[in-house]
Design a protein around this ligand. Structure first.
Ligand SMILES: Cc1cc2nc3c(=O)[nH]c(=O)nc-3n(C[C@H](O)[C@H](O)[C@H](O)COP(=O)(O)OP(=O)(O)OC[C@H]3O[C@@H](n4cnc5c(N)ncnc54)[C@H](O)[C@@H]3O)c2cc1C
Length: 471
């Protein structure tokens, strides 16, 4: 890459971000409008619950099966060698459950931290190639890396860092076994065929239905095969970035780099979002800045609500469950989503809205993920205080499930949307431009295209912009 190409790239990236900002607001606002339309009875009055379970959650993972597994070989080859779909599915679950060192190791595992840092820095210091540091090896960072590497091949060096580690050089297992519901075309020709082939084993043909952690582990392996390098250390990476030859940094941390973003000049921005193509009907939001992100407010109230998930419900239970829900869902307390896996494996996901008065109770009841059976043993008084429909639904599930069904209640979470808006210039980490993607750019609503679908579209558009400057 010569100087002219580097300048062009900086110019085009800036243009891309600013030209796309109104499109991005429109995409982000789909989630806000959904919440105002369907979850309005559960929007709360600016109440911020202390999510005390967060630390426990991290500790739980760290104490989790320390055993080194034998599954150190190429997962794609291993999957091909298995005879039945059940075996393949079991294998995919195991990769994520066991602290699988081989699969979760970075590219410098055998080196000391000091040497690893030197080698990683050298890797992204080429004069000839484009050098990109991606911070965050979650689904968006991995999708970006796969996609760009597929487009540019040897012309780009990509180093992906993550600080969620079990030890130096080894990432924690990917733990979010949430169903996805993404159209297949979001991945076709954007990631290697080995990945989409595996999606095809398990999904209904038109969609990708595997769980989020399966998707992440596949994208990680595919990146490794394509010579994307990984650096898993518990370090803020300053030494990597300072005085390096990195062309730009991609922030795929889900919003954790907010300190590096400058404040916006405008603390309160009024925004009208049209509800139809004629633009004669609209909703007025005010975007208020906090911690360098803007949060949407509607009629003076922040758009925010709390929910929890019931996961692992086999598809055969769907008719019975939906029958109860249909009759008891006037306010949309329940959101039911039938997965997109093939029938044998398919599951139902239920997202339950929590009333403001019950939020603390749910944080207390669901400190960590629990088997649905444990709900029965909860304090009767506490149960009598929460919405009875939740208790009733759980009773029905317990009645119809068999011992084989492993159904879980997950800790509560909030949908607290925010978006990164820029002033005149792009933000910088030291002197390197930062491009946010995924939840670092804006938080999507899990009930609208999975929250993730629009992120993947945006990431593909970004990789096309970069590719045009290099080719
Ligand atoms: C509560 C909730 C429920 C959802 N439910 C579903 C669902 O059921 N199904 C579904 O498909 N989608 C769901 N989504 C959407 C989905 O989780 C997000 O769209 C997606 O995770 C965003 O991906 P990301 O890569 O931007 O961020 P993340 O997936 O959060 O990845 C961020 C990565 O960055 C790393 N990181 C963080 N800080 C640093 C740092 N300082 N240095 C280095 N690395 C760092 C993290 O370890 C992580 O690997 C849900 C989202 C939320 C918030």
């Amino acid at each position: 890459m010569d100087e002219r190409q580097r300048n062009k790239l900086t110019f085009e990236l800036k243009k891309f971000i600013f030209e796309y900002s109104s499109k991005t607001i429109t995409r982000a606002s789909l989630g806000w409008i959904y919440a105002l339309s369907f979850d309005r009875d559960f929007l709360i009055n600016n109440f911020e619950c202390k999510e005390t379970n967060k630390n426990n959650k991290i500790k739980n993972i760290k104490n989790f099966k320390k055993k080194k597994s034998k599954l150190n070989f190429d997962p794609f080859r291993q999957l091909q060698s298995l005879n039945t779909l059940r075996e393949q599915w079991k294998y995919m679950k195991e990769i994520n459950l066991i602290r699988n060192f081989g699969v979760l190791e970075d590219s410098f595992k055998s080196e000391t931290d000091e040497t690893a840092l030197k080698l990683a820095r050298k890797f992204i210091s080429s004069n000839k190639q484009l050098n990109i540091l991606v911070i965050g090896a979650g689904c968006c960072g991995l999708f970006f890396s796969n996609n760009l590497k597929k487009k540019l091949g040897k012309l780009v060096n990509i180093l992906v860092c993550d600080n969620r580690i079990q030890e130096s050089g080894v990432r924690e297992p990917y733990s979010r076994n949430w169903l996805t519901n993404l159209p297949k075309n979001l991945f076709n020709n954007k990631v290697n065929k080995s990945v989409t082939n595996v999606f095809d084993y398990f999904s209904d043909g038109k969609h990708i239905g595997v769980t989020l952690n399966m998707m992440e582990i596949l994208l990680l392996q595919s990146c490794k095969k394509n010579r994307v390098k990984f650096f898993f250390r518990d370090d803020p990476y300053d030494d990597l970035i300072k005085e390096s030859c990195i062309d730009f940094v991609v922030d795929a941390t889900g919003g954790k780099l907010y300190k590096y973003y400058p404040n916006h000049n405008e603390k309160n921005i009024s925004l009208k979002i049209p509800l139809n193509q004629n633009k004669d009907d609209y909703l007025s939001f005010v975007l208020r800045e906090k911690n360098n992100y803007h949060y949407p407010f509607f009629q003076g109230k922040q758009v925010i609500n709390y929910q929890f998930k019931i996961v692992g419900i086999a598809e055969r239970l769907y008719p019975l469950i939906t029958q109860y829900i249909k009759e008891n869902n006037h306010d949309n307390i329940f959101y039911v989503w039938l997965g997109k896996l093939i029938k044998k494996l398919n599951e139902v996901l239920i997202i339950v809205n929590i009333k403001e008065k019950d939020i603390e109770k749910f944080y207390c009841l669901l400190k960590k993920r629990i088997c649905i059976e444990e709900f029965e043993q909860f304090d009767k008084r506490l149960k009598s205080e929460i919405d009875n429909r939740i208790v009733e639904l759980i009773k029905i599930i317990l009645k119809v499930k068999t011992k084989k069904d492993k159904i879980y209640l997950e800790p509560p979470f909030s949908y607290k949307p925010r978006i990164k808006l820029f002033n005149k210039d792009l933000p910088k980490y030291y002197d390197k431009i930062i491009i946010p993607i995924g939840d670092s750019y804006y938080i999507g609503n899990a009930k609208v295209g999975n929250g993730l679908g629009m992120h993947l579209v945006h990431i593909d558009e970004l990789t096309q912009t970069i590719t045009k400057c290099i080719n």
